[in-house]
Design a protein around this ligand. Structure first.
Ligand code: PLP
Length: 400
């Protein structure tokens, strides 16, 4: 056995796979093996690997100008913001580089809007158990999960946690210091747990009643992932501010804060900023992603593909009730709750040629590129069948 010594910090338990190239929903290793990619760089490669439109946009922009800073106008960012505004509740957009950074900005925007409209005492954000908002010191505290906080000192103040889908708990937790509420329409990392439509409606009504701002973290659920441009559209509930990232650049790093005028108008010059955020290259990538997602019929196709995949996954669950207990999620953000350890199912799926991601609550997370074909879906289910059979056989062997 060779000892792998890496100069990378040991923050990840990486699978021993290195990919040389990708095409659509497929990834190829240097030694010629191919894998169906239902991990998509954790719900990020929204338009598939080596998408010609995205590659062209990035290549052409890179050859012109990549970065100029926000001291100057960036036409690519202006265009991207205008398109996001046109297609959402938002009146304006701030670009940054990641999900955590977008959420930091969302919390800053909420606090600042309260402070500048006569409520400087309103600084606290109501968050939910099982949330995931990122790994900065601030967002670790908003996430609230003790494992992520271990060894990192005091929690950043200003975040309260209550159980999801429990309006009584929410009402009890609101104080005169509450500035707003932040949540994922569907919790991703903690196991594909959706906020109820009714709960979102009641949150909206409560925020309106008390003058609080409602913030949605759509870093994972957004940009077509659930078959709508943003997941909250399914509920009919509109936030005051929202974060996006993962799928927005199709693999190129970019994040965004989208907000209504009432929130955005307080982010005056000098109040917030970023060096890289919204540079010509990142925005060219995101514009190419939007070209694909906003094309007539694309999101409809995502919904159809998801329905097709769901039907086959439900049959799989029926055939392997000892392996899978439940399917959750919406569109192409799918969770299969496992009965054996999800790490075993994930490893077996990988051995069968399918990449997926684990999530909390023993859930196998399937978040493929949005461009998958029916053939890709059938292939994925075939790999999952093989994986389930392998895990079943291993369990039977330990019993006998
Ligand atoms: C991934 C994720 C984040 C963090 O995004 P990074 O780009 O890793 O900082 C925040 N919120 C949600 C819901 C996510 O899924």
């Amino acid at each position: 056995m060779t000892l792998m010594i890496s100069a990378l910090m040991p923050t990840y338990n990486r699978a021993d796979l290195a990919f040389e190239r990708g095409e659509g929903a497929w990834l190829y290793t240097t030694d010629g093996r191919r894998f169906l990619d239902f991990a998509a760089g954790i719900a990020t490669c929204s338009v598939g690997h080596a998408n010609p439109q995205l590659v062209k946009a990035i290549t052409e922009q890179a050859a012109k100008v990549m970065h100029v800073s926000n001291l100057f106008r960036v036409p690519q960012a202006e265009r991207l913001a205008a398109r996001l505004v046109e297609n959402t509740f938002a009146d304006s957009v701030f670009f940054c580089n990641s999900g955590a950074e977008a959420n930091e900005g969302m919390v800053k925007a909420i606090r600042r809007a309260q402070a500048k409209s006569g409520h400087p005492e309103r600084t606290r954000i109501l968050c939910f158990e099982g949330a995931f908002h990122g790994r900065t010191l601030g967002m670790l505290s908003a996430t609230g999960n003790p494992t992520y906080l271990d060894g990192f000192g005091e929690r950043a103040p200003g975040f309260d946690h209550v159980p999801l889908n429990n309006m009584n708990a929410v009402r009890d937790a609101v104080t005169p210091e509450t500035a707003g509420v932040m949540l994922e329409p569907i919790q991703g990392e903690s196991g594909i747990k959706a906020a109820d439509k009714r709960f979102l409606q009641e949150l909206r009504a409560m925020c309106d009643e008390f003058g609080l701002f409602l913030g949605f973290d759509e870093v994972q659920t957004g940009v077509g992932r659930t078959g709508r441009l943003f997941a909250h559209e399914w509920s009919g509930v509109t936030p005051d501010v929202m974060s996006a990232a993962k799928g927005l650049g199709g693999g190129f790093p970019i994040g965004a804060i989208l907000a209504r005028e009432e929130v955005a108008k307080h982010l005056t010059p000098g109040s917030h900023g970023t060096t890289f955020g919204g540079n010509p290259l990142a925005c060219a990538a995101a514009n190419a992603v939007l070209d694909i997602l906003l094309a007539p019929g694309f999101l409809e196709q995502v919904r159809e593909r998801a329905a097709f995949l769901d039907r086959h996954l439900d049959t799989l669950i029926k055939d392997f009730p000892d392996i899978f207990s439940e399917r959750r999620g919406m569109g192409l953000m799918i969770g299969l709750r496992c009965i054996p350890k999800v790490s075993d199912v994930l490893a077996a799926a990988q051995a069968a040629g399918l990449l997926a991601v684990s999530a909390g609550d023993n859930v196998l997370r399937l978040v493929p590129p949005l461009i998958i074909s029916e053939q890709d879906c059938l292939e994925a289910v075939k790999c999952l069948r093989q994986a389930a059979a392998t895990v079943r056989a291993a369990i039977l062997e330990t019993i006998s």
